[in-house]
Write a protein of this length. Sequence first.
Length: 317
Amino acid sequence: MKTKIFLFIFGLICFSLQGQQALRKPSFMLLPSESWCYDNKLMLTDESGGSNCDYKRAFQENPNMELLLSRISSFFQDRFNGKFLIKSYTGGKKTQESRNVRAGLSNSSGETAKSNEDTDFIKNQIDTDVKLELSYWFVKEGPKNSLKFKLDAIDNYSQEPVASISKMGGISTYDNDYARLIEEELNNNMDNFFARLDQYFEEVQTNGLKVSYDFSMMEKSDQNFETEFNGDELTTIIEDWFTANAVRGAFRLESSSDQELKFTEVRVPVMDENGRAMSADYFAKKIKKHFEAAPYNFKITIQRSGLGYSRIKFSKK
């Protein structure tokens, strides 16, 4: 196990050293999983009709979840001694609320106003490379207890799974300290988990992070994505731009029309040439600069939704 932990730490260091001028530690965020929130009736519906975990209620009504995530955080920190950053929802949320108070974000009743809903906070305020999502079930079965749990590592850019530790068959025990039981299971199953994380960091270092974009043409524009510039349609010009600027020219045009384009699996570098951490919206600033200049002269608006997805709107200047 020591060898695999060494290799994992080495992978983290390589990930941090990808930029020549600045170091960025890989970061993790600990959260309850959406499946756990669903089972515990802790889902809420956002404005678009999508369902998200109500993290605030999850921690208020289930103090054991916060205890478990705290134990897992300590477990990771003890073994890697500051080699990466690990964040929790509660810590980040309290910091944001404190900033809101200092900034005077309050309503007419004197109550602190929310600058973002909880789901927006998760999407936009906590920027971590990987989410660590925990599910657990602890059930009394006569004189014994049954513990089931799952810890999933998820790429926070593409939302794709990276690694997992699962004990869904259940641990039958007389012990009531399920935090300790989970910690023991984590310790017994870390080899494969760390190996998969190492593969992930090595892969994104070489091939870039996966992000997605939706392009749209605003209604008032008299141009569209089939409009030609110097003999080429705008769609083709955008594809050529991605070929020249994405890591290894990697991207996928998933769908296209004269009014909308959908790009997925666009590979962007972990860091830019100045050592700044990359995200979908940050990379999109290059698109904005290019297509706001002649001969295109569009007005470009970028709408961020998390690290790995942005909407890019074209309109007349």
